[in-house]
Design a protein around this ligand. Structure first.
Ligand code: FAD
Length: 593
């Protein structure tokens, strides 16, 4: 099944739901216009479809491997990466000063959906290079920026992000990698990093590692972590490559999915220490990492949306082709395409609706980031910044969970053939499964949402966000549009559940924080279902209001989501407010032993 870039759905979400075109029209992004945005997405869709999707299976079937200390990837991946950079895609979000196009985050997230939808293992590489570029651009010295950024922006060199160590995953307090200062201003770095995505590979001549490590006199815990730049090959003053640095891939992990993406154990200092340079100030590395991570987390939510879309397309094509059983009104002897069975139609509708909701959340998040950076009004910038911070853990968790759940349902649509690798349906599921884990597990996202984001600005951010949802619900109800069915009532109940649970959690945060955290994950789901439902309703309102507003599909989709998914929030409410009764009490021990 060939992947089709869902460009019109993406443009609809970006412009009619997340309001991006309005900001473009208002001149927020200098001379960028909406026709250009459309042309970029069309062109990216062509690249994803023609260059990345065809090599997706090959990467899965021929995983990255280590031979005589060198990482091997299929030849087709090397040529696709070259074409990706030559077409300028790597430079799309990069700073203009270093050769990038500096296009808005909303556009870079939309094209990232295409890269990851077509080929998630490939899409990870530019995602991490982009995070490295951002770290260096924001916090690096001019000397480091001038030496490394032009080639990272063009894609001639890639970047890797290195936090994880064997004893430091979600909890980085006990990170051990050591950086010792030298007289020439450089550092010698020793230690081991694990699970490093594209930590070594043959796609480029050099790799720029962004590494967290401790200085010898650093305070214990997270306040003693600094950030370093460590190139695979040292770079001479004239820009040419010098000696191989003392960092080597000791092992590649054998994984459930994303086989084309090398996940490396990297040893630093087998021969005395890798040479690196500090980025920014001592002991502020984790703080820098967390500021940048917001965008990377949104990127992982978008990965989920991309894989889910591919899995949906796969399942839809199969359901139209595969014949089994008969349906009312046809002869007993005839077999019907399985899409005609109500239960299969149900699965496909649920997949499509959940993808649309997750996309709406992620794109709304991206537009909020752009507004927070480009609005001319300081108060609007501050509001958008807070909204982006609130939405980031929801985008990451809801987007990546949607990837897994939709890919799983895609297998179900295929029946037995879904479990057989030949169809490719299983690959989507295996690939999608990592996204709820890396870049901060979804459990950690829920804790971030409840523990930090709910109380932003004294709770004003969540109150304002819910206020915005209520306004949309009021518009839906006031429209009296027959095609909306029970959408208004259903969304109203969802928003009420979100408001009540948010208030309850805010109260618990001061009284019994563990009680709040026990219900954090179901709250994140409740938040995603409600916000996603209301955002789809914004699309439905636009479609009903405007002659060229997208037709009947957005209305039918929003109504379906509101009537079948949003009511799940009623069941999630007690899971938020009552969860602590079992989790924190004796009953947990009596159940778990
Ligand atoms: C394929 C792959 C690629 C990766 N790429 C990179 C990379 O490029 N760079 C990099 O630095 N890392 C990378 N990682 C590491 C990844 O970010 C970590 O695996 C992840 O952060 C979780 O850490 P952990 O594996 O140590 O799990 P743990 O921290 O041991 O967590 C195990 C479980 O406990 C839960 N848990 C842990 N602490 C808490 C808490 N305080 N409260 C509630 N629940 C908690 C978690 O949610 C999880 O369910 C990658 C991992 C994989 C598998």
């Amino acid at each position: 099944m060939a992947y089709k870039a869902p460009v019109s759905d993406m443009l609809f979400t970006l412009n009619r739901i997340a309001g991006f075109s309005r900001h473009v029209d208002a001149g927020l992004f200098e001379d960028l216009d909406n026709a250009t945005v459309e042309a970029i997405l069309e062109e990216a869709g062509r690249f994803a479809t023609e260059q990345l999707a065809p090599i997706n299976r090959e990467g899965d079937e021929h995983p990255a491997r280590l031979e005589a200390g060198r990482v091997v990837l299929p030849e087709s991946w090397k040529s696709a990466y070259r074409a990706f950079c030559e077409a300028g895609w790597n430079a799309l979000p990069g700073p203009k000063q270093f050769g990038g196009q500096e296009l808005p985050v909303s556009i870079s997230m939309a094209v990232a959906e295409l890269w990851n939808g077509a080929n998630m293992a490939f899409g990870l590489n530019p995602l991490l290079t982009q995070a490295g570029i951002e770290a260096l651009f924001r916090y690096g010295s001019d000397e480091l920026k001038n030496r490394y950024l032009p080639k990272m922006v063009s894609g001639e060199w890639t970047g890797s992000m290195q936090l994880t160590e064997p004893h430091a995953g979600s909890d980085l307090r006990f990170l051990k990698t050591r950086a010792v200062p030298q007289d020439d201003g450089s550092y010698r770095v020793t230690g081991t990093k694990i699970f490093i995505t594209f930590g070594d590979h043959p796609l480029t001549d050099n790799i720029v590692h962004i590494v967290l490590a401790r200085l010898p006199d650093a305070p214990a815990g997270t306040k003693g972590i600094s950030m370093f730049l460590i190139p695979k090959f040292l770079v001479n003053p004239d820009g040419s490559l010098g000696e191989r640095n003392d960092v080597h891939a000791a092992k590649l992990e054998h994984k459930l999915g994303i086989h084309g993406s090398p996940t490396c154990v990297l040893n630093y200092g087998d021969s005395g220490g890798a040479i690196g340079w500090m980025i920014g100030e001592p002991n502020r590395g984790l703080q820098y990492m967390f500021i940048m991570m917001n965008q990377a987390r949104l990127g992982v939510g978008v990965q989920g949306v991309g894989v889910a879309e591919h899995a949906f397309q796969h399942a839809l094509a199969y359901a139209k082709d595969r014949k089994q059983g008969s349906v009312t009104g046809t002869a007993e002897s005839d077999m019907t395409p399985i899409i005609n069975h109500p239960d299969v139609t149900r699965m496909l509708l649920s997949m499509k609706a959940r993808i649309a909701a997750a996309r709406a959340i992620c794109y709304t998040n991206a537009v909020a980031i752009d507004v927070s950076r480009h609005s001319r009004d300081a108060a609007e910038r501050a509001r958008a910044d807070a909204e982006a911070a609130l939405l980031t853990p929801v985008s990451k968790a809801f987007g990546s969970d949607t990837g897994v759940e939709v890919a799983s349902e895609g297998i179900q649509v295929h029946g037995g053939m879904g479990f057989i690798e030949e169809t490719g349906a299983a690959q989507h599921y295996r690939d999608a499964r990592i996204a709820p884990i890396y870049e901060g597990t979804n459990g950690i996202q829920a804790i971030d949402l409840v523990g930090r984001k709910l109380s932003l600005n004294g709770g004003e951010t969540i109150r304002a966000f819910i206020g915005g949802l209520k306004e949309t619900v009021a518009q839906v109800k006031a429209s009296n549009e027959p095609a909306f069915g029970g959408m208004g009532e259903s969304l109203e109940a969802g928003v009420a559940a979100l408001e009540e649970t948010s208030r309850w959690l805010l109260g618990q945060l001061t009284e019994n924080r563990d009680a709040a955290l026990a219900g954090a994950t179901p709250y994140g789901r409740l938040f995603g279902l409600t916000a996603g439902g209301v955002m789809l309703a914004r699309g439905a309102l636009a479609a009903a209001r405007e002659a060229d507003g997208g037709g009947e599909t957005p209305i039918a989709l929003a109504r379906h989501f509101a009537e079948t998914q949003v009511p799940l929030t009623a069941g999630l409410k007690p899971a938020v407010t009552e969860m602590h009764e079992t989790v924190l009490g004796d009953r947990a021990a009596s159940i778990l032993g």
